[in-house]
Design a binder for this molecule. Sequence first.
Ligand code: UGA
Length: 458
Amino acid sequence: MADPKGIAIVGSGYVGTVVAACMAKIGHRVVGVEIDEEKLSKLQSGSSYFYEPGLDEILRASIDNGTLQFTNDFELAMAQSEVVFLCVDTPPGEGGHPDTTNVMAAAKSIGRAIKSPHVIVTKSTVPVGSGNWLTTTIENVLDDDVDPSAISVVSNPEFLREGSAVMDFLHPERIVLGGSDERAVDLVEAAYKPILDQSFPGGRTAERPILVKTDRSTAETIKYAANAFLATKISFINEIAEICEWVNADVKEVALAMGLDSRISAMFLQAGVGWGGSCFGKDVEALAATARAYGQDPMILDATRAVNQHQRHRVVHKLQSHLRPLRGSRIALLGIAFKPETDDTRDAPSITIASELMARGAIVRAYDPMVKQIPELPDLQTGTDPFSVIERADAVVLVTEWDELRNLDLSVVAEKMRGNVFIDGRNAFDPARVEAVGLVYEGMGTGVVAPPRNSEPW
Ligand code: UGA
């Protein structure tokens, strides 16, 4: 299986930049395409414009040794590649369907610039069936002297988690390739060979990933189904957490014992304020929209989303039941990013919780190690260190379980606060340790001091 003659990555967002850097690291010559001037010049200088552990080191090394370059010139990128990874974003669009405007625009730019046979690999999460319209879109704009049959589209969904995307890319559990053109699928497989064999420096030969080859629609569905299942697993344990509050059970122990059954597994059974980020919400909604488009009622997917929204309200209810009324109460939110090790605030639970509290007259201050402001909430006060937001607070809420926040000196927290309510939205603290400094601990289905409220007590 011959190596592809160069790889292009179109779209240098969270996914594209990681794919570009890692493909260069495992030995390919890579050109990353980015049309945003500001992002491009940052990437050209060898650093990313967002925070992702380990990424900058690989970017810098690959740019320095000449295996990676970034450009806004599609012709140059197509001339230097045989395989093109399409990694542009698909933000939420009308009726839950993803907005594919950027994918469409990128596909046209690729098609116009192609002069030789290319395999286009979709990494963007696109609605099931997109491989077909992408092929047609590219074919329609090809130069007359380019044979349309020399162009092939392969689906290769990404399973990268923000915060561990580099490791996830280099050491995946599986790689999914969807396409009916065997030659094209083989070429993409060749691009992944160092990862499949774990033969690059730092590879883990004892943990080689499994390659799943299938058709395009199945590959596209695998991505949605995987994300929807993970989101459902979290919503499920969060529903159990609320039941635990009624019956005085501890969800942490319930999850632990459930997870010991390998059919269930312990992963993604961490109860708390629920999931956020740019993927789960959008993908669950998109899959539900696909079902609805065919007249199917996606009952589980709808419940998964509803339970997740409910978690955010539950935090506000908990605060309300302790502080009554919320108006005038000073509340410190610890953590803004949708999860630790990222500066991403897209669909972050912190945003819903902060805006609901502010709407009810609470004075909210938030701290995050990486996030200093939320564009959606310009009025939210943020602090430069955790204690500055805890100062004279009536209640503290852990929203994102950064290590820095898990390791806060609780006696200083208690000393600085005006009140004594400590809501652990990620079940990250040992209730006994919190109570030992005189605070009232309340988790999500653990260490509960009061039964939940199912009315609207505003
Ligand atoms: C998710 C998937 O895990 C990736 O496999 C996928 O590639 C990616 O979406 C995507 O589609 O691009 P990501 O959104 O980066 O990755 O983050 P996760 O680590 O999956 O966490 C998502 C949310 O679930 C976070 O808010 C996290 O705090 C929450 N979570 C996670 C829980 O509340 N409980 C858990 O047990 C696990």
